[in-house]
Write a protein of this length. Structure first.
Length: 564
């Protein structure tokens, strides 16, 4: 099996494809379709997150086959393998949500395991729901093999009574129903219309946020983060990704050549301009750890101050990802940011060209659209994802201030040790205007799994209290959450962070302008409460959540599980 004079791209698979001792190994591959000529080609893994458990991923089996065709056309030998996904929308509001963030680690670990065990030379990874994108990029970053990430795409808006509706419409409808504003029939109609087919949740929620970040970092093909799941060119993107990964092998371009500190700064810049999800903090920190880039939560704040919020996207705005795509998508926004000197144009991408070279081919945003504002008329002069620190969150907390007029909130704490207790209080109308609703022991260790609070935030909005009640938690929020919400409070309650010492009635002040989050409790009182505090046992003694709770780091470090 001698190679020709062409460059041998089998940077790892040669250990299988050559030598007498590997006859049994090759025999196994022949059983799945390999021929003599395939052993002379680089072996490319196609990591598919296909699953029937969520519309975000229901179509990815066909996309994986398109990527396989692209690899074959590019001169590689492809093999599709699967990994899991969890539907955040289905997991939300009950014990299932505890498993959502841990799924990120399992997806990343499983891609790493298969790719390394099979000695693949390169990788195409295709994701859909929230944890897929960061997990795929974490695995790609750890292994540092030539790779391309493809986002499965956004869902199209549903239609009801001539209006666009989406999954957050359904969550908020529950609060409206409990407040007597919707009938049983009206609620059922919403349930039946908000998710019309394949694709990830359609606003600037976590899936679309992280897909946009992947493109901004240069790990996806230009435009792929905003292409709809059912669009014809989504399949074409996957086929092209298969070709491109073989080209990356030929050029010797590796993920850590692309995912540099400046690339992460580009991702944060784009997310701030789009008004993305607070989950971007967790996921970008985790991806940066995987590629050994020194990214901290303070970097987010440094960049936020320079970048205006431009995109009027849901959950706090008017438009969906499909609307943004119709106006030129993420590339058009990136071109605008580059022209304003806010992006590092010299960053390398999977195309083999730089960000600036890719964007030179992109049409600018039209002056006759209002999905993305101009720099002289931004939604906010700086980014909406605000880092807060103070005696309640010494390591930091994250607030999303898009769509809010009031940037400061002071009120008495209403403290609950679980999401369910808080939900019951809201349903009983026990939460009043001016309260600071605190949900604790829901962090990475305490949850465990740092559950999202979309059901709670949507219920607050549905009851007409959005902006009039603040919500504070060591858990996290869905990208679909909006209102006066602060999450990722660190250190978390489970490890004795100050949020564990809060009592009902303590006055809390959240100020997004001074970026402070404090409780009016003296140092002496805090010390006394700390002396009397006892750490509760972890909630699970066996199984995946037990392992996760014992390994996971603080939210301020990205809630990663592989710290040295």
């Amino acid at each position: 099996m001698e190679m020709t004079d062409e460059k041998d791209l089998r940077i790892r698979s040669k250990v299988i494809s050559e030598g007498v001792n590997r006859v049994p190994n090759r025999a196994m591959l022949r059983a799945v379709g390999f021929k003599d000529e395939d052993f002379k080609k680089p072996m490319i893994g196609v990591a598919s997150t296909w699953s029937e458990v969520t519309p975000c991923n229901i179509h990815i089996d066909e996309l994986a086959r398109e990527a396989k065709r692209g690899v074959q056309a590019g001169g590689g030998a492809p093999l599709i393998f699967n990994t899991i996904t969890v539907s955040d929308g289905i997991s939300m509001g009950h014990e299932g949500m505890l498993f959502s963030l841990p799924s990120r680690e399992i997806i990343a670990d499983s891609i790493e395991i298969v790719t390394n065990a099979e000695r693949f030379d390169g990788l195409v990874a295709i994701g859909g729901c929230d944890k897929n994108t960061p997990a795929c990029l974490m695995a790609i970053g750890r292994m540092n093999l030539p790779a391309v990430y493809v986002y499965g795409g956004t869902i199209q808006p549903g239609k009801l009574n001539g209006q666009d509706v989406n999954i957050v419409t359904a969550f908020e409808a529950v609060g409206q129903y409990h407040d007597g504003k919707l009938t049983d029939d009206e609620l059922h109609e919403i349930e039946c219309h908000v998710c019309p087919g394949a694709g990830a949740c359609g606003g600037m929620y976590t899936a679309n946020t992280m897909a946009s970040a992947a493109e901004a970092m240069g790990m996806s093909l230009p435009g792929s983060s905003s292409t709809a799941a059912i669009a014809a060119n989504k399949a074409a993107e996957c086929e092209e990704a298969g070709r491109v990964v073989v080209g990356l092998l030929e050029k010797g371009i590796y993920p850590r050549d692309i995912m540099t500190k400046k690339a992460f700064e580009n991702a944060i810049t784009v997310i701030m301009a789009l008004g993305g999800s607070t989950n971007a903090f967790l996921h970008l920190l985790a991806i940066a750890h995987a590629v050994e880039v020194n990214l901290t939560i303070d970097d987010f704040e440094r960049i936020r101050k320079k970048v205006p919020h431009l995109a009027d996207l849901k959950p706090s705005g008017r438009y969906m990802m499909q609307d943004l795509n119709d106006e030129g998508g993420v590339p058009a926004v990136m071109k605008l940011l580059l022209d304003q000197g806010l992006l590092h144009g010299d960053c390398l991408t999977v195309t083999g060209r730089t960000i600036a070279e890719n964007l030179a081919l992109v049409e600018p945003l039209s002056d006759h659209q209002d999905v993305v504002r101009s720099f002289d008329n931004p939604l906010k002069p700086s980014g909406p994802l605000v880092l807060l620190k103070g005696n309640l969150a010494p390591e930091g907390a994250v607030a999303k201030m898009s769509g809010l007029q009031n940037l400061r909130f002071t009120g008495p704490a209403r403290v609950f040790n679980s999401e369910n207790e808080a939900t019951q209080a809201i349903m009983r109308d026990e939460i009043r205007k001016g309260d600071v609703l605190v949900i604790r022991y829901t962090g990475p260790k305490g949850g465990p799994g740092m559950p999202e609070m979309l059901s709670v935030t949507a219920m607050i909005v549905g009851k007409g209290l959005g902006g009039d009640v603040a919500l504070l938690t060591d858990g996290r929020f869905s990208g679909g959450s909006h209102g006066f919400v602060v999450g990722h409070v660190a250190p978390e309650a489970q490890v004795g962070g100050p949020i564990a010492l809060l009592q009902d009635g303590d006055i809390i002040t959240i100020d997004s302008e001074t970026q402070e989050i404090n409780m009016e409790v003296s140092a002496a009182q805090m010390a006394e409460r700390a002396e009397n505090w006892r750490q509760p046992p972890l909630k699970f003694r066996s199984g995946v959540l037990s392992k996760y709770a014992r390994l996971v780091s603080s939210a301020s470090k990205g809630a990663i599980t592989d710290l040295p």
